[in-house]
Design a binder for this molecule. Structure first.
Ligand code: AMP
Ligand code: FE
Ligand code: FE
Ligand code: ZN
Length: 278
């Protein structure tokens, strides 16, 4: 059976595999397609697509936008026009905001005597830098055992190197994906600690702005959880999607395609997405 993974991060955001290396890994795992869904950027897609053509792996353009609605909510977008003139200024704003926050975090670290320079981080990690990159540096400096430890003790909210950043609104996130010709999808619905009525409220609210799908299969979700989400998706006429949220080293318990074990996203899920592209 043809399997796919529709939620994958590359080095263009906070993943540790380059776009090309992800395609090679997809081939090794026997996947027929992957979607590149980096946080707040589409800059990894072109290289993955080119590599995919060489290796016979289908690569879907995607993005994951971080928003807030009460707590943090993530919206995935598939088949967006990566050259969209509407999308670009929105993503530029997000990156500018990240830069402002990140520069302050790096300065705090430097003021404590750590050899951290934000300009060097920009050179090394590219334009979408987040707390996972600061966590990686803290691990490399021997100040934390691993990413989780670095988050817990340094960059999680309330810790010494945490600073907030601004978010695109949930409404605008859904709309901009539609304006860029893409399909907006609610990511990993169980990550938000919502009960059934809270989840329904978000779905209904996002549908008013153009939400078209929901991620029903995800790393660590049980069969019962996925069945519940798939029934909810059908009830709200949402396209079902699924993916691992593979990041490489910063989420070492997640494997491409297979998630935390047993993740199974059939090619049919991708066909349904494609059928919805205008
Ligand atoms: P930022 O956007 O810079 O605030 O960083 C948020 C990102 O950090 C999210 O996209 C998550 O992938 C990642 N993240 C949040 N908490 C953790 C954690 N405990 N361990 C590893 N990654 C995390
Ligand atoms: Fe991430
Ligand atoms: Fe996410
Ligand atoms: Zn993700």
């Amino acid at each position: 059976m043809n399997r796919v993974d529709l939620h994958v991060h590359s080095t263009a955001s906070d993943g540790s595999y380059s776009p090309e290396a992800l395609v090679e890994l997809a081939k090794e795992q026997g996947l027929s397609a992957i979607a590149i869904t980096d946080h707040d950027t589409v800059s990894g897609f072109a290289a993955a697509e080119a590599k995919g053509k060489d290796m016979g792996i289908e690569v879907v353009p995607g993005i994951e936008i971080s928003t807030k609605y009460g707590g943090p909510i993530h919206i995935l977008g598939y088949y967006i026009d990566i050259n969209s003139e509407k999308l670009k200024p929105v993503l530029d704003w997000v990156i500018h905001d990240r830069d402002e926050r990140n520069r302050k975090i790096a300065e705090k670290m430097a003021a404590d005597g750590l050899p951290v320079s934000y300009d060097r981080m920009r050179e090394r990690f590219g334009e979408v830098i987040g707390r996972p990159h600061f966590a990686r540096i803290l691990v490399e400096l021997g100040l934390a055992r691993n990413t989780r430890d670095a988050f817990d003790r340094f960059v999680e909210k309330g810790q010494k190197y945490y600073l907030p950043r601004n978010f695109l609104s949930i409404e605008r996130s859904v709309e901009i994906i539609r304006e860029a010709g893409g399909i907006p999808v609610l990511a990993h619905p169980f990550q938000y600690k919502l009960d059934d009525s809270g989840l329904r409220e978000i779905i209904e609210h996002c549908k008013d702005y153009g939400l078209m799908g929901m991620e029903c299969r995800y790393s660590g979700y049980s069969q019962e959880q996925s069945d519940y989400l798939e029934a909810l998706a059908e009830e709200y006429s949402l396209i079902k999607t699924g993916g691992s949220d593979f990041h490489g080293i910063s989420k070492p318990d997640i494997r491409l395609g297979d998630g935390k074990g047993g993740l199974n996203v059939p090619y049919e899920f991708l066909e349904n997405l494609k059928a919805a592209v205008r």
